[in-house]
Design a protein around this ligand. Structure first.
Ligand SMILES: [Zn+2]
Ligand SMILES: [Zn+2]
Length: 384
């Protein structure tokens, strides 16, 4: 039986009736409330949340609402709990569930999908055609159904990934991020051994894309970005070269490494018009570009160059096709140290401060994690 780390197994068999959970009011309005602990249905388990990471998408949802959709509309004033990058301990099983045991440590994928649409049937559950429609059975915790900034959450067993005893809670929250990077590489065809890969934008997805590409045998793996501290983390995570785009002309610097014809694969995580055009121009004929950044505005893109050079563009969303399991396999084997991108941990009640760290990159925050127990609150620390 895996050890839960922080609490003995018998403790979690006692599930309380209510729990602390953050809910979204209007835009930029988060409140800590008491909510009933949800009950797992068929094919579901109740998870006692042990750690949850903050994602840029959470900051988007809190401010804009999208990409969260609850019951067909914006997620505001619906007693809705966000947070999707969490891990924890199985605390109760729904009827008929024997795939997991109470006490097992698990991390989660975000999207269960609906299981009935064309895309879900293809394993593309992050592109579910019934996104946000609970009556169609769609679930994506923290996006369309209640998520992880709480003490408990209910998950479909298809979204669970077992966590090895050797992995910390904090690192386990990063599996879904690595899974997103893995999904991008899967959609590009996955055959990257010996191929050149450029990753632009050293946020969490870009940094872990470097690690995953390297683990899949790609080389060289080049990371581009503006912040030297993040490029340095990229080198530790497997980048063979890094390029500071403030100091060098990006496309020239890339071709100086991979040759004048350009790179085989580019994973674009910056999401800006300039970065997208650079990505296209540094890709060789017949090469592939994965668009993993979330652009806000319409972009003027050099499509003539794309068409003339037979370049393939792939838009990806989330972590489909069980990519999270493949990412976990690499992480469990210690192929790369994802914990390098975890920078801060706060108590659950200090979520507002944790969000500020993530939003304003206080103390170079990269991945900020909150934990419902085992971490002293800022109030308690101040009283010391
Ligand atoms: Zn996320
Ligand atoms: Zn679906």
């Amino acid at each position: 039986m895996p050890d839960s780390g922080s609490l003995p197994i018998d403790h979690i068999q006692t599930v309380p009736e209510t729990m602390r959970a953050w809910v979204l009011g209007g835009p930029d309005e988060m409140t800590l409330v008491e909510k009933p602990v949800p009950t797992p249905g068929k094919a579901e388990v109740l998870i006692r949340i042990d750690a949850v990471a903050i994602c840029a998408t959470d900051l988007e949802i809190i401010h804009y609402g999208t990409p969260a959709i609850v019951d067909g509309g914006p997620p505001f004033h619906k007693n809705f709990t966000i947070g999707h990058e969490y891990m924890g301990t199985v605390a109760a099983l729904g009827p008929g569930v024997d795939e997991y045991k109470v006490g097992e440590r698990v991390t989660v994928e975000v999207h269960a999908g609906c299981g009935r649409c064309k895309r879900c049937r293809q394993g593309m559950y992050t592109s579910c055609h019934n996104y946000g429609l609970r009556e169609k059975g769609h679930r994506a915790n923290g996006m369309t159904t209640d998520g992880g900034f709480a003490e408990y959450a209910v998950n479909h067993i298809n979204t669970l990934v077992r966590v090895p005893d050797t992995m910390t809670d904090e690192e386990a929250t990063l599996v879904v991020t690595a899974g997103t990077s893995m999904y991008g590489l899967t959609e590009l065809g996955g055959l990257v051994a010996g191929e050149s890969v450029v990753v632009s934008g050293p946020g969490p997805i870009g940094l872990l894309a470097v690690s995953v590409a390297r683990s899949l045998g790609a080389g060289p793996v080049i990371l581009t970005g503006t912040r030297e501290d993040r490029l340095a983390i990229g080198r530790k995570l497997g980048a063979t070269h890094t390029i500071n785009v403030r100091e060098q002309e990006t496309v020239e610097a890339v071709t100086a490494i991979v040759g004048a014809k350009g790179a085989d694969y580019v994973i674009e995580c910056a999401g800006t018009e300039a970065a997208i055009n650079d990505a296209i121009r540094m890709t060789n004929r017949g090469g592939k570009v994965c668009l993993a950044g979330f652009p806000h505005d319409l972009a003027k893109v050099d499509l003539p160059h794309v068409v003339k050079n037979n370049i393939y563009l792939y838009g990806i969303r989330g972590e489909g096709k069980s990519a999270t399991h493949r990412a976990m396999s690499f992480m469990a084997e210690g192929r790369f140290d994802a914990s390098l991108i975890h920078t801060h941990t706060f108590a659950l009640e200090d979520l507002q401060e944790a969000l500020r760290y993530a939003r304003e990159r206080v103390e170079d925050a990269l991945k900020v994690v909150v934990k419902p127990r085992g971490v002293a609150s800022l109030k308690a620390k101040a009283a010391e």
